[in-house]
Ligand binder design. Sequence first.
Ligand code: NAD
Length: 367
Amino acid sequence: MNNSRILVTGGAGFIGSALIRHYATCTEVQIANLDALTYAGNVESLASVVEAPRYRFYHADICDAAALEQIFTEFQPDAVMHLAAESHVDRSIDGPASFIQTNIVGTYTLLEACRAYWQGLPAERKSAFRFHHISTDEVYGDLEGTDDLFTEETAYAPSSPYSASKASSDHLVRAWQRTYGLPVLITNCSNNYGPYHFPEKLIPHVILNALHGKPIPVYGDGSQIRDWLYVEDHARALCRVLEAGKIGETYNIGGHNEKRNIEVVEAICALLEELAPEKPSGVAQYRDLITFVKDRPGHDARYAIDASKIQRELGWQPTETFESGIRKTVSWYLNNPEWWQRVLSGDYKLGRLGETASAQQTSGENS
Ligand code: NAD
């Protein structure tokens, strides 16, 4: 594992950057990051690794077959970890086209580039090669009962354009294994949270709105239940699956931290009372900013993951509880205003560090 070469797609995003930071810190692997740098891509999240000789960056779109061929030929990966995606449910409702393009067409284009490259590898490298597809628990749809859990056998029933596009990509990946023998692994993970999370997502949105004295919007009555996983626990799980997962298998990844959205928001407000007691003017308590807004169409009531397979077969389990992870997260946002201020102002798009010379294709579709 330590000598291997891993191509990460979407490595400038929230989870991809955590994965690359983990590989750069804890292993000796060579890492290539292939990312189109859409609004969600932020190379400043990789500032700690960008100068490392084992890291390189390809500014490219997974829908661009010619760029992919060039990158595979040049980098010669032993594994692909595919995280590039359009990932925000609200955006998928407002404009599904880029979700279909990147999540479905992009995954198809990447699979084909990968297949052509893999078929040309010498026998030993061919059998060791892996394509690891990173997906979501949202493909399983909604859980009605409060005791039910998503297992790897749960039938797919996606509700939003986002989850439908991710479900499609999972099906493509499985078909490329069954039909062409491409050695694939699939992981389906619950909601992630932690440092470097783009401020449009629930947890950073709540933290930053509270710090600015702005209303904290909560969909419906806030009763939707999600399982929350600290992003660094997810990064460790992905490494473990790549290292030891069985070809063709799916592994659910979860944090054993089911919370109602309103509980999450209240936990953040309580932590801010403790860690940032000097509030914006006019704000008596952070929780006074909570504002219930019209629910999102098709909003799933509950997601909950049975992550026993990955624990039993690969020995992975989360290290953070929700209480420890959310404390770390709130503290990180309080201690790193320069990161999120540049995201809020849009300046993060100006500093695009560490690009390699080749394959500088960008996506007209997604940028
Ligand atoms: P993100 O939106 O933060 O990052 C996505 C990255 O992909 C960005 O860097 C973006 O620039 C890049 N990208 C988008 N379109 C591209 C294209 N056409 N070509 C190349 N790069 C492109 O997403 P994230 O939250 O880090 O999620 C990563 C993956 O994990 C996604 O596949 C998502 O479906 C999955 N996932 C996310 C969560 C979560 O809670 N965030 C949970 C489970 C699974």
